[in-house]
Write a protein that binds this ligand. Structure first.
Ligand code: HEM
Length: 393
């Protein structure tokens, strides 16, 4: 079986500096070899907007089913199973249900920023990590006293290996398996409780959802809850941190957004395009498929680069410029097609509230000097493990 660590070791992104700022290297690859087979990782890389879209639009040719990945997990399903499951969870995960969370998200953001009194803040540890974890726990309907457990579980689920060796990955995978076991027990108990005493929460809504008389099995319910933790937390953490990165790299934006807070929603869209929390998504060719001048053979892995599609000159004017007022902004940071991110409305709302609240409380935010910023070692996820800032309160 192909080793995961190997897939992540992109030969062109071989230093901390390049992982912190990969877009120059990636754009060059996109220009020189828009579609290429990388034999060192054993996968295809596809860099241009049009080709990425073509792949994500065609789940029959480019499957999401991965051997070894959870069979009950929406992300790794193809139609018709995906269609039915998605319809069921859509019923519980409506934009209206998400909008109703705005006040709670605001209260959690306030609470987190109140906790730190000084002028310094590690955005990742103090703000961007706990915020989405608490929101998901509340959304699911987990009791407040279980928050600390949620934080521990979701940290473990997304913890990245400290380096790109198979040993490091095996260590992480063992830890993750133990946490998954704990989570199964936890959610099984919570599901049983809500089956007896439904409440106004996502778990109760999922238990009640039916499509053509069919409902989710217990296993499907549990893996969906775990998927929300795994897919929703680290991504939103990185959206918030990447937004703060942009604000400190281009401080002029802080003044502009403080003066016009209604611009924050557009700012978040441009952060998503410019520094996407997920820079690439994987598929497997279900049959031999022609793509450009190449033929992708059945069974081969294909990595579609959202990060370069979002900076494709054929689609965006001046793609390397951060443009607060960019319109239209058809980035693919939430994917495209049938697997389009279920949590996009929630992530957008959390990102907006997190940035507005931070700007209300801190003036002249800046990165603390002489800090070693550590990139998350991954070619799928774009984010940093620490981001210490200071600002006037
Ligand atoms: C799918 C990105 C937040 C739940 C996806 C996909 C992307 C993505 C790119 C498609 C993957 C593929 O096609 O293989 C993001 C980003 C987020 C974010 C950038 C934050 C900024 C969330 C949140 C939740 C969530 C907050 C839930 C609470 C999901 C689920 C799927 C998904 C369930 C699978 C949908 C399906 O397969 O039909 N996300 N996501 N995501 N996301 Fe998100």
């Amino acid at each position: 079986m192909q080793k995961y660590a190997n897939l992540l070791a992109m030969p062109e992104l071989d230093s901390v500096e390049k992982r912190l700022n990969p877009f120059g290297v990636l754009s060059k690859l996109a220009q020189e070899t828009p579609i290429r087979y990388d034999s060192s990782r054993g996968c295809w890389d596809v860099f241009r907007y049009e080709d990425v879209q073509r792949i994500l639009k065609d789940p029959q040719a480019f499957s999401s089913v991965r051997s070894g990945a959870g069979g009950e997990n929406l992300l790794f399903m193809d139609p018709p199973k995906h269609t039915q499951m998605r319809e069921l969870v859509n019923k519980a995960f409506t934009p209206r249900a998400v909008q109703a969370l705005a006040l709670r998200i605001q209260a959690i953001a306030d609470e987190l920023l109140d906790a730190g009194s000084g002028e310094e803040l590690d955005v990742v540890a103090g703000y961007a990590t706990p915020l989405p974890v608490i929101v998901i726990a509340e959304l699911l309907g987990a009791p407040a006293e279980d928050r600390a457990d949620f934080k521990r579980w979701s940290d473990a689920l997304v913890e990245s290996a400290e380096d790109l060796t198979d040993e490091a990955f095996e260590r992480i995978n063992r830890k993750r398996a133990a946490v998954l076991e704990e989570l199964m027990h936890y959610f099984r108990a919570l599901l049983e409780l809500r089956a007896r005493q439904p409440k106004d929460d996502l778990i109760s809504a999922l238990l009640a959802a039916r499509v053509e008389g069919e409902r989710l099995t217990e296993r499907e319910l549990i893996s969906f809850c775990i998927l929300l933790l795994a897919a929703g937390n680290e991504t939103t953490t990185n959206l918030i941190t990447n937004a703060v990165r942009v604000l400190t790299e281009q401080p002029r934006l802080q003044e502009e957004l403080t003066a016009s807070p209604e611009g924050v929603a557009g700012f978040i869209e441009e952060v998503l395009r410019y520094y996407p929390p997920i820079v690439s998504v994987g598929r497997v060719a279900a049959r031999d498929v022609p793509l450009g001048d190449h033929t992708i053979r059945a069974g081969q892995q294909v990595i579609s680069w959202i990060g370069t599609a979002n900076r494709d000159e054929a689609k965006f004017t001046e793609p390397d410029r951060f443009d607060l007022h960019r319109k239209p902004n058809v980035h693919m940071s939430f994917g495209f097609g049938i697997h389009f991110c279920l949590g996009a409305p929630l992530a957008r709302l959390e990102g907006k509230i997190a940035v507005q609240t931070l700007l209300e409380r801190y003036r002249e935010l800046r990165l603390l000097p002489d800090q070693a910023i550590v990139p998350i070692p991954s070619t799928f996820v774009y984010g940093v493990k620490n981001y210490p800032v200071a600002g006037r309160r």
